[in-house]
Design a binder for this molecule. Structure first.
Ligand code: NDP
Ligand code: 2IT
Length: 446
């Protein structure tokens, strides 16, 4: 490791003990940025990297709620307000039993760069809870959301901090959270994005992350004169991002052959077409069942406890969670002919997996670039809320495509190597950094 990165990381680890995912996210960015900062000493003297790795504010709170049996349950609630140099804090809420401070800090840190890449004026934040929505009744989810928002409402606002969804937080949860905020404040305002279409939401927001990651894959393929048409695509996850990635890939002529959940994956060599996807959406969003049922319904194979990276494909889209592709799995993907990875999830590839992609010279779009479409359309939802207007599907989708292309071109601008290879990791990290860093310089020591 570069000794300068090693020294910086030693200090990050000492200041933030035990936060492994946060260390991992910071190290990836530091490896790109430290050489760049050496060439641009203004950032070095102002200690921008040291400041950007420290949250502006961390809010931790108790979330007590009553389950259906009348028993009191207690969860942890968090909001990380990471950086507001270019706009109000913006980023999702995750409800999952694995949620802890280190995970939310990694997500908030990534969000700062991602939001800057979108070209929209949004700072970075993330929040959530170790609450597990699985197996809970709608009423339990509602009571939990109401308790969570009772505290969170003190800290957010349309010009301060605007949360949205992430793992375990979709339309249902955003509805309950919004209802409680409105009731507490007697104010109808855009304090959340991903809202329902009747009460201030934007068309295409549910679709945006999966669509955006697909557009990004197409943009990367185009640098090699290629397209998604006829490509075999493996997707992990079967939630919000996976579903709409599957839809858009299919629409663009690709064939999606896998989907997964935390229990295992299904392999459908004939392709997951529109009808089968409609079944998945009903299974996952309404019945909240397991992906295994797909295998039973369509008579295809199901692999319990496995991830889909041993299936032969041209393009892989990890759309479930962090560190879901190991170094070994990345090598297997490459051995099997995969030459494009577009990340719908945040940090789904381990550092060893990223090294394998870069060494093999394949197209690799890291999450902070490839999955920025979700937060970008959240930004467009905020714009529409401010104007008290609603755009059409076409208007929002066109803007999303333009934004994804801009992000792609920013990555090319800062990531193209002498030999012509586009290092999107480098490109996204430097491209995302500059606007935030220059704004922090302008604001002085704050
Ligand atoms: P959902 O909750 O809708 O779906 C998550 C999917 O991933 C489910 O299939 C879930 O399976 C699976 N999953 C979750 N945790 C794990 C785990 N620990 N191991 C294996 N599988 C897991 O979430 P989203 O689709 O919204 O989010 C997916 C990813 O995309 C996350 O990394 C998120 O941060 C990222 N992302 C989301 C955006 C958005 O707009 N929603 C925007 C940008 C990035 P199961 O049901 O069994 O838990
Ligand atoms: O990781 C992400 O970018 C999100 N979960 C979406 C954040 C948002 O504010 O829409």
């Amino acid at each position: 490791m570069d000794p300068r990165v090693e020294k910086f990381m030693a200090s990050i680890k000492a200041r933030n003990p035990g936060e492994n995912e946060f260390h991992q996210a910071v190290q990836e960015v530091a490896e790109s940025l430290i050489p760049f900062i050496e060439e641009n000493p203004k950032y070095k003297h102002a200690k921008i990297l040291e400041r950007i790795a420290e949250p502006e504010r961390v809010i931790l709170f108790r979330v007590p709620w009553l389950d259906d049996k009348g028993e009191i349950q207690i969860n942890k609630g968090y909001r990380i307000e990471m950086n507001s140099a270019i706009g109000p804090y913006k980023g999702g809420l995750r409800f999952h039993p694995t949620v802890n401070l280190g995970i939310l800090k990694f997500l908030a840190f990534e969000q700062v760069f991602k939001n800057s890449l979108t070209t929209l004026p949004m700072g970075g934040g993330k929040g959530g809870s170790d609450f597990d929505p699985k197996g809970k009744s709608d009423n339990e989810v509602m009571r939990f959301c109401q308790s969570f928002m009772t505290e969170l409402s003190r800290h957010i606002g349309p010009n301060t901090d605007i949360p949205a969804g992430d793992i375990g937080v979709g339309g249902r949860e955003i509805g309950y959270l919004f209802g409680q905020y409105k009731r507490l404040r007697n104010e109808f305002t855009g304090i959340l994005t991903g809202k329902g279409i009747n009460w201030g939401g934007s068309l295409i927001r549910p679709e945006a992350t999966g669509y955006g990651a697909t557009y990004f894959a197409q943009n990367m393929l185009e640098t090699r004169g290629d397209t998604l048409k006829g490509k075999v695509v493996t997707i992990s996850g079967s939630g919000n991002v996976a579903q709409f990635a599957c839809q858009k890939v299919t629409e663009m002529g690709g064939k999606v052959v896998t989907l997964s959940d935390s229990s295992g994956y299904i392999y459908d060599p004939a392709g997951i077409n529109e009808d089968k996807l409609a079944y998945v959406m009903e299974l996952k969003n309404v019945r909240r069942g397991r992906i295994k049922e797909y295998a039973e319904k369509y008579g295809v194979e199901y692999f319990e406890g496995k991830r889909p990276w041993d299936i032969k494909c041209d393009v892989a889209m990890p759309n479930a969670t962090e560190n879901e592709i190991s170094g070994e799995e990345a090598k297997e993907l490459i051995r099997n002919g995969c030459y494009c990875v577009s990340e719908g999830a945040n940090m789904p590839s381990t550092p060893d997996a990223i090294t394998a992609y870069l060494e093999a010279g394949i197209l690799y779009g890291p999450g902070k670039a490839a999955n920025a479409g979700g937060v970008a359309v959240s930004g467009l939802e905020m714009t529409q809320n401010s104007m008290r207007l609603a755009w059409t599907r076409e208007e929002v989708d066109t803007r999303l495509q333009v934004i994804m292309k801009n992000i792609h071109d920013t990555c090319v601008k800062y990531g193209k190597q002498q030999d012509g290879y586009i290092n999107y990791v480098m490109g996204a990290n430097i491209g995302g950094f500059i606007k935030v860093a220059d704004s922090m310089l302008a604001h002085g020591v704050v």
